[in-house]
Design a protein around this ligand. Sequence first.
Ligand code: CO
Length: 167
Amino acid sequence: MAILEIKKFNEPVLRKKCEKVKKVDEEIKKLIVDMAQTMKEEQGIGLAAPQVGVSKRVIVVQTDLEGRRILALVNPKIIKKSQEKEKDEEGCLSFPGIFLEIKRAKEVEVEGLDIKREKIKLKAKGLLARVFQHEIDHLDGVLFIDRISFWQRLKIRKKLQQRDPAA
Ligand code: CO
C-alpha cells in the first residue's frame, strides 16, 4: 500500500479524458488499494484516478458517513439521473481550501465493475449521488469549477493564482 501524491488544479492530467480499463488486473487492484488509502489519509470522500496522475477510468468513494466503507468502481457510468437538482457545497482534493456551491442531480443510478470484476449497479441520492457525479466528471477531464458561472470562475482563478502564480 502506498499514499499517492494528489495532483493539483493546474496539472494537465486532470484535463485529459481517461481511458477505459480493459481488464481489472493486479495493477488496477493495486491502484484501487492505494487510491482508497490516499483518500482516507487526505480525508476525502471521493477520489478519481487522474487525481493521482493515472488517466484511467477508476474511482473510489466513501459510501457511509463514518468512513468505514469504501467502494471502488472501474469504468463507472451514470445510467440514470433525476430531473430534480440540488445545490450544495463541494470540495475537491485537487483544489485544497476551495468550496463551491454546485447544482447536481439529486439522484443517480451508477454502474461499473467492482474490484472483483463483478458488474454492479447502484442507486444513490444526496451526498453520495453528488460524489459519484463529481468523480465521474473527473474521468472526462471535467472539474467542479467548470460547473459554476464565468464570474465566479474568475474569482476562484484569482484566488488560486495568489497561491500559485503558474495557475
Ligand atoms: Co475532485
